[in-house]
Design a binder for this molecule. Structure first.
Ligand code: PFF
Length: 444
């Protein structure tokens, strides 16, 4: 395994960067409303199953494709399967990253608006929270300004390089994020009445099971783990030869799920304890979508003593989570342009930033464009990417390369049963799951 290219410097840096990519708006924005919709504890159980049986094997595969090729997403398929059409899967992944950034960056901008509203005390004076959010949504110029600032901030880290920009920022930001989340969770569970929220989260109630819970949980798991588009291929290309791929994928997936569940521990107890209508709070949370974070939650925080502090912590946490994800998305697209075309890393970053800003401008003006980018990436592009990546490793990639990568050239030991199960999952189970999400997306 040649190791000429830049690699992450430390073990912690590897995990922090990959967790940084995985933990994002998906954990704090989508997971709680999906959990509410999926009936609470049942959804979480199915979600964890999806992470174990589908998410981890695919994450290991993406790391593998990245490290075995030491190339960007498209270059990786080109190198490992020269002269074939597999490179299109890499190209699709790059396009998916671009599409995700086109709407994601706008929500990232909102987090900055809300940090400022919290710090300035504006939010504690608001009486009509839906109107406060509507004001922002009907003001594209304001959204664009903040989206541009967030995109430039992301670009700054990409320009600072893999070690100094991506790795170092993740090593600083991720521990802060965990700490803030724990502080918020501790506050939430000590509210009077919090126990109803905890029950909803952790006590399975079979009467709430929806037939689509499995597909919803799976779609959420893939989005949350940043799979199916090449972020993890790109980061895998920066792993050194001693990084254990399976262990890293397990650690990253567990930490990502922990953050999602902790976000639930912040949101549900707060909602059940403070809502004026606890009877309809679950429906409100389901209907929430983005409104959950930008309407319901600030409204709830406002009823706590010291609301300014709590909402500042919350929106700062959200911005940190979002930033480490946009860094990974931008890195995947930038590296592709830089390595596959005669364009410097700096110019490539600027080009990608400009492209993202253009998409972001359209998303800020048109909510249907925003929704189009969101749905087409999560429901179609990521599952197609995941489908082909698992087939690639399961069927096409030389088995010797697979074993060398899994075992770090035979320095790690895995039983034959483990290896066989891994290949079986990639050949049959993961692709079927991906296909199911895709068809479900078409039907919906
Ligand atoms: N995993 C990120 C989140 O949960 O918000 C979003 C994301 C990042 C999706 C990178 C896909 C990706 F490639």
């Amino acid at each position: 395994m040649p190791e000429k290219r830049v690699t992450f410097a430390s073990k912690i840096g590897v995990v922090a960067a990959a967790v940084g990519s995985a933990v994002g708006l998906g954990n704090i924005w989508r997971f709680p409303s999906q959990t509410a919709d999926g009936g609470g504890a049942i959804f979480i159980l199915v979600y964890i199953g999806c992470i174990l049986f589908f998410g981890i094997p695919l994450m290991v595969s993406e790391f593998m494709v990245g490290r075995a090729s030491r190339a960007n997403t498209a270059g990786a398929f080109h190198k490992l399967a020269p002269g074939t059409q597999w490179k299109w899967i890499g190209r699709l992944g790059v396009l998916t990253g671009f599409v995700i950034m086109g709407f994601y960056m706008v929500v990232c901008g909102w987090t900055f608006v809300f940090i400022f509203q919290s710090v300035s005390g504006h939010l504690s004076g608001v009486s009509d929270f839906p109107a406060n959010f509507m004001d922002l949504q009907s003001n594209p110029v304001k959204q664009i300004v903040w989206m541009v600032i967030f995109s430039l901030l992301t670009a700054f880290f990409i320009l600072s390089g893999v070690k100094k920009g991506i790795e170092r920022s993740a090593k600083v930001m991720m521990p802060i994020l965990f700490l803030l989340l724990i502080i918020l969770a501790a506050r939430a569970i000590t509210l009077q009445g919090a126990v109803h929220g905890l029950n909803f989260l952790f006590k399975p109630d079979l009467s709430h099971v929806k037939p689509t819970v499995f597909l919803d949980a799976m779609g959420q798991a893939f989005f949350s783990l940043s799979l199916g588009m090449g972020c993890m291929i790109t980061y895998g290309s920066y792993f050194n030869n001693r990084t254990p791929l399976v262990k890293t994928a397990v650690q990253v997936s567990l930490l990502d799920s922990l953050v999602a569940i902790l976000a639930g521990v912040v949101i549900f107890p707060t909602a059940f304890a403070l809502s004026a209508n606890p009877g309809t709070i679950v429906d409100e949370l389901v209907a929430g979508g983005p409104g959950l974070l930008f309407i319901t939650l600030p409204e709830l925080f406002n009823q706590m003593p010291g609301s300014m502090v709590w909402s500042t912590i919350f929106f700062f946490l959200l911005a940190l989570a979002a930033l480490t994800s946009t860094i990974s998305l931008m890195e995947a697209v930038t590296l592709y342009i830089h390595e596959e075309h005669p364009i410097s890393r700096k110019k490539s970053t600027l080009l990608v930033t400009a492209g993202v800003i253009i998409l972001g401008v359209f998303s800020s003006y048109s909510s249907s464009f925003f929704n189009f980018l969101d749905l087409s990436s999560a429901k179609f592009m990521l599952p197609i990417g995941g489908f082909f990546i698992s087939l690639f490793v399961g069927w096409h990639l030389d088995r010797k390369v697979v074993y060398a990568q899994l075992t770090n050239d035979r320095t790690l030991k895995f039983g034959m049963g483990f290896l066989r199960t891994y290949i079986f999952l990639l050949r049959y189970v993961v692709p079927t799951a991906m296909l199911a999400i895709f068809i479900y997306g078409l039907a919906g």
